[in-house]
Ligand binder design. Structure first.
Ligand code: ATP
Ligand code: MG
Length: 567
């Protein structure tokens, strides 16, 4: 490809709302342009990269026996009503009407469509397993589209759906997909971790996310410094904590006058006690599927925080929202003094407090706390793991130290079971001739998000640095001065030879200053540039590696042989 004939609108101007390097650089280097909030065009360079990512994903999936299809993007609402997701999906689902007033949604994911594709057609266990996938546009009306391609409203996703006769076979496919996705992200040159993830309100029996480690990630992940254990903070577990004291503090059980002592810090000072021994009450309103809600009090150690996803999952709620003091008072609660013996209110106690005695907690009475409170043999079925893992907690698998880091989700694999095949009545005849709903798995990769993730992990202050597998072109031949015939002729000859060798090269044959072309090379981030300039008089050309900006002088006669080994 010739630069002079190509469309690469590079610009010095960074978009005003761009906070992250990948967002800035992909626009400045002419890979994408913005159309509207969370909607982007892919320009020629951006499209080449997108297609490369897509091809890598397709190749590995096809090798694993998955079959590519392409579903309609505009989906009849009936399917969503049938599955029960039409209202539940909320505002992210874009609903539209056609001229005859028929309702449709723009596909944010395709469980319903894929189940519909096979129901009444796949009839017997003999036709299973089956794994169908597509690489197609998705639309989610995200509340906060931002960070360019990382969180768009319209984006490209690989979404796969597998159908099985039993859970053992689903487990087998899940493992195969874990391996296949790992291969894909490794090939793309990404530093990632597979983390245990939340299965959410959908339920399911297992869920793992592929997280690329990045400072700018939106997800908090917990990793062990000693073993491979890694989990999204929403589901991360820890070993039981140990007391900060060598011996248990001595407490005489009783009710204490604690005038206006309402916060954890007040209590720590008042009683000179570690927060470990305080049972803190966190009040939330749990909101359910059917739009009903109720106030729930969560009890945790004074220096632990409620992990809301864990809390919601225990209650099978869709979310937990904050409650005001007024609401608490209306429910007969005494803010600042809420204790474990509350009446007529649901409670959940963090598992770390099980069997704990010597606690301080509210007395459910204004200005009073209970001291020496014991949970021994009490609240049998009220305990659950609801605390957020803290930096420094111990790994439940190996006892190593846990720490927090940030990640960007690039893939997600999920055991669905019969969540969709049940309501959509998608059945097959099993080995005993009995009609059963298909057991399903679902898998997804953010194809367009990956284009940004690669740059998020690989850039410097000058611009993008593409990995070998994702680079739009491997080599940029820079003709230093196109008016110099020797330089231009040599460059053209070299370019043609490399093209004949099927190498991915672009030649910068524009009538621009050398410095300008170099800047574009650094901004766009091709892995290598070959400078054909002044040293050609001495029969030399100069190869620059983008990543290190290291220069190597090479004899012009040996350059083809040399490049064969590099690109
Ligand atoms: P997130 O937690 O980041 O919102 P998700 O869990 O909703 O993502 P999934 O439904 O699991 O996403 O979709 C599969 C993949 O699609 C994700 O792993 C991610 O890479 C990609 N993806 C999801 N939402 C977006 C988006 N708004 N823009 C770009 N890619 C996205
Ligand atoms: Mg996900």
């Amino acid at each position: 490809m010739r630069f002079s004939k190509f469309y690469i609108p590079t610009t010095k101007q960074a978009p005003n709302d761009a906070l992250l390097p990948s967002h800035k650089l992909l626009i400045q280097a002419g890979f994408i342009s913005q159309v509207g909030s969370g909607i982007y065009n892919f320009l020629p360079l951006g499209k080449i990269v997108l297609d490369k990512i897509r091809a890598i994903v397709k190749k590995e999936l096809d090798k694993a026996g998955c079959l590519e299809v392409q579903l309609g993007f505009v989906t009849p609402s009936e399917l969503w009503i049938e599955s029960g997701r039409y209202l539940k999906y909320g505002k992210e689902l874009l609903r539209i009407k056609d001229r005859k007033n028929n309702e449709f949604v723009l596909s944010p994911t395709a469980e319903e469509m894929m189940v519909d594709l096979i129901r009444n057609k796949v009839k017997s266990y003999k036709q299973l397993p089956l794994h169908l996938y597509q690489i197609n546009t998705k639309f989610r009306d995200e509340a906060r589209p931002r960070f360019g391609l990382l969180r768009g409203r319209e984006f490209l996703m690989e979404d796969g759906y597998s159908f099985h006769e039993n859970y053992e076979d689903l487990d087998r496919e899940f493992e195969l997909m874990e391996k296949t996705y790992s291969k894909i992200f490794t090939k793309l040159g990404l530093d990632f971790r597979i983390v245990e993830a939340d299965s959410g309100a959908i339920g399911g029996t297992g869920s793992k996310e592929f997280m690329v480690l990045a400072q700018n990630g939106e997800d908090d992940i917990i990793i062990c410094d000693n073993c491979s254990n890694a989990a999204n903070v929403e589901v991360a577990k820890r070993e039981k904590r140990v007391s900060p004291y060598k011996e248990e503090p001595e407490m005489v059980p009783g009710k204490f006058y604690t005038p206006n002592i309402k916060t954890i810090n007040d209590l720590i000072d008042f009683f000179s006690i570690e927060p470990y021994y305080i049972a803190k009450a966190v009040a939330k309103r749990a909101v359910f599927d059917d739009a009903s809600s109720k106030i729930v009090i969560f009890f945790l150690r004074g220096d632990d925080n409620l992990e809301e996803t864990k809390g919601a999952n225990v209650l099978k709620a869709i979310e937990l929202i904050d409650v005001s003091e007024e609401e608490l008072k209306e429910s007969g609660l005494i803010p600042g003094f809420i204790g474990l013996d509350v009446k007529n209110i649901d409670i959940v106690i963090d598992i770390d407090l099980k069997e704990q005695d010597n606690l301080i907690c509210g007395a459910n009475e204004v200005d009073y706390h209970l001291v020496g409170y014991s949970l021994k043999d009490k609240f049998e079925n009220k305990f659950a793991d609801i605390a957020e893992v803290r930096e420094g907690d111990k790994c439940p698998k190996c006892g190593g130290i846990l720490s927090k880091t940030k990640g960007i989700e690039v893939g997600h694999i999920f055991k669905l079971g019969t969540r969709y095949t049940d309501p959509l009545k998608a059945n097959f005849l099993d080995r005993n001739g009995k009609s059963q709903p298909f057991i399903m798995g679902t898998y997804g990769i953010g194809i367009s998000r990956l284009e940004a993730v690669i740059i998020e992990q690989s850039h410097d202050d000058k611009g993008c640095i593409w990995t070998k597998e994702s680079a739009p072109y491997m080599l940029d031949i820079i003709v230093s001065n196109i008016k110099n015939e020797d330089e231009l002729n040599f460059s053209n000859k070299l370019y043609n030879e490399l093209i004949n060798l099927d190498k991915e090269v672009i030649i910068d044959d524009r009538k621009e200053r050398f410095g300008f072309k170099m800047k574009d090379f650094e901004l766009i981030g091709f892995p290598y540039a070959l400078i054909v300039g002044k040293s050609l008089k001495d029969d030399k050309v100069e190869l620059i590696e983008r990543k290190t900006l290291k220069k190597t002088l090479i004899d012009k006669d040996k350059i083809i042989e040399f490049l064969k080994g590099v690109i």
